[in-house]
Ligand binder design. Sequence first.
Ligand code: NAP
Length: 387
Amino acid sequence: MAIFITGGTGYLGSYATEWLLRNTDHELALLVRAPDYDAGVERLWRSLQLHMEADEFHRHLDRICFISGDLREPSLGICAADYDWLISNAESVLHAAASLNLRSERACVNHNLRGTLSVIKLARAIQEDHPLRRFSLVSTVGVAGVSPHAVVMEDEPLDWNRSDFNAYTRTKKFCEHMVRELLSDVPCVYLRPSSVIGDSRFGETTQFDMLRAICVLSEWPIVPFDPQIRIDIVNADWAGHGIAELHVREDLTTETFHLSAGTESRTIGEIATAISAGLGKRMPRFAGGLAGPLEGVSDLLARLPQRGPLRRIGTLLSGFVPHVSADMVYDNVRAVRALGTAPTPFTSYGAKPCAYAKSVGFEFPHRGLPETLDLSNVPPIPVRPMA
Ligand SMILES: NC(=O)c1ccc[n+]([C@@H]2O[C@H](COP(=O)([O-])OP(=O)(O)OC[C@H]3O[C@@H](n4cnc5c(N)ncnc54)[C@H](OP(=O)(O)O)[C@@H]3O)[C@@H](O)[C@H]2O)c1
């Protein structure tokens, strides 16, 4: 039986896929936005090359079934044969795909709400065929909404009276609600990462938005935030591997986990000190009173009709500033206890991904599959790897 995974080719999803390939013998059925087998392989290689060399990637391919599809299409755009095959062969669902577009209500509605509803409908069909072992929803701590200076606990119910940070967190919150309401007879877990930035082991990353915001701010002589404000940042290796491990664990007694730094979150002052030292820069000065005006200016720039660097900076900062100003952290006691490890503080590794991001111009230098990689013996899509 296979684990059906959406978003397995994304930044965080690639960590989960890598962990499952290296630590389990499960077959993985990956929803990919790729028209055929070769394009699916190319897409997966783009994300897994952060984690492994081509020969290891090649060795894993016979455990991977590529399911062509798209969250926005009816029945996920999956062809009837593959859909029927999933109904008979999926033992669990790990739903990580989403649009992280903080400003586009339309993208979030289409990818997150409509997409998650379609994944739920598939899960319902599987459940009618045979009991699903688990449905794991990769959510976000942002579903807690805006509650300045709070420590949000993992067992707190969703609070529908709180404001949402943006369209993205609003749709993710409703995704959790849909899963709770429509899959009440399925064992479900809700895995909520905080702001995922970089890998604690190496500088390389394929996701740059938050790093770009940090690097932009680190260039300014005055940082417009109160240095005492905490930011909940988590390393991708802990959060992404945690998602995979919690998905397969049989002994979970609770259903919601914050994959976050929690009360160990560092303050802006501590982070700025660490990043400045790591990048060989002078420590900036702080002006907390400027956070409000910065938010207003970022919003205006993000709404500029013309694409360009100013709109890009506005979009970047308007997503980043409200989260930072809220001074919220997300208690992770359950996740740390279940996984037996804690995340790495951003202050002890953050300079590495910042330096890397700058060195590659905020773009990962993807490598094509080496020509020596012989795919001729790999069966074409659709692959039916197990009985
Ligand atoms: N990164 C963070 O800081 C963070 C924080 C909290 C929560 N999360 C949650 O973690 C999950 C993974 O995020 P991520 O950082 O890995 O994001 P990401 O790098 O943008 O990856 C998103 C994944 O979703 C897939 N996807 C998006 N739209 C799709 C569609 N219409 N049809 C099929 N697949 C689609 C993408 O496919 P392609 O490969 O084709 O693009 C990709 O695999 C999301 O649910 C997100 O809400 C992330």
